[in-house]
Ligand binder design. Structure first.
Ligand SMILES: [Zn+2]
Length: 298
């Protein structure tokens, strides 16, 4: 019986969400249906590896996922990221304001991760000596710490824009081989552009890290979009903003370069949900096509 109740309360809205996502945007609630709409729990039925997922819960709910409490916005929007190697199904627990609980299960669609050979990178960046390894670890720890930030801002719900226009020269997640030596999966997306090309904030946010010359990533800038969602821009030749600055979508924040472990000028754009790396291209595609539930009302 309990199972039946679960089906009625969760599965039906999920199927509705699925239909909604297959079309364009979830229709806005109007008139008499508004209250019922606000009580719905809406998540996609399935998501891709590397996706940024937005869902909707009744205002005042608490949501647990992957050992974290997701803080709903005042409109009931919650957000989380799906890792490159996540197999799923993903399990979320929603506790409604009336105390009732719902379990939500989301399937994960696997992706292919082709091998990508990157030759001609400086050998000192592929096999650094021990003292450099320690420097890299120190620098990475600062970046990891900056990504723990959990602000209330709903900038993440803006439709993201390309930070520079150009050919995609490296895709998120591809298994990388540097100078013939296997490395980790590519942590972001590379966009080819001449050195000095202005880099524009893909969405509004706050600068949480800015350093002109890290060993591996060169000129490095982090912008936090709220609720654990952040962008990082690497190999920059110039940074035009400083720690703590509030930036608007489309604002020039830096310039393309080839600093750190790079074979030529390009923008590396990575995105995270806390420690989970996500694919910026999926975030752009979501902005261009299927607007997520609640995108206009974070
Ligand atoms: Zn890259």
């Amino acid at each position: 019986m309990r199972h039946l109740a679960w089906r009625q309360r969760v599965l039906a809205p999920l199927l509705a969400a699925c239909a909604g996502l297959a079309g364009a945007q979830q229709p806005a609630a109007t008139g008499a249906s508004a209250q019922a709409h606000e009580q719905r729990i809406v998540f996609p039925a399935s998501v891709s590896q590397g996706a940024l997922v937005l869902g909707k819960v009744p205002v005042g709910s608490t949501v647990r996922y992957a050992g974290r409490e997701l803080r709903p916005t005042p409109y009931g929007t919650v957000v989380f990221g799906v890792g490159r190697d996540e197999k799923g199904p993903l399990a979320l627990q929603v506790r409604r304001p009336d105390g009732g609980t719902d379990a939500v299960s989301i399937a994960v669609t696997p992706r292919d991760w082709p091998l990508e050979r990157v030759d001609g990178v400086p050998p000192r960046t592929v096999n650094p000596p021990p003292e450099i390894v320690r420097r890299i670890e120190r620098e990475q720890a600062l970046v990891v710490a900056a990504r723990q930030r959990d602000d209330d801002r709903g900038d993440f719900a803006q439709p993201f824009q390309w930070p520079v226009r150009g050919r995609i020269s490296g895709r998120f997640g591809n298994a990388r081989v540097y100078n013939g030596q296997p490395g980790a999966g590519h942590s972001g997306m590379d966009i080819a552009a001449p050195a000095g090309t202005p880099v524009k904030a893909p969405a509004a946010g706050v600068v949480t890290f800015a350093a002109p010359d890290l060993y591996l990533t060169g000129g490095t800038l982090l912008i936090d979009h709220g609720h654990g969602v952040s962008s990082n821009f690497l190999h920059l030749s110039r940074i035009d903003v400083k720690l703590g600055d509030r930036v608007q979508q489309g604002q020039t924040v830096a310039a393309v370069g080839a600093t750190g472990r790079a074979t030529g000028p390009h923008l590396h754009w990575g995105m995270n949900w806390f420690d989970v790396r996500i694919d910026p291209l999926l975030v752009l595609e979501r902005a261009a096509g299927n607007a997520p539930v609640g995108a206009s009302s974070p």
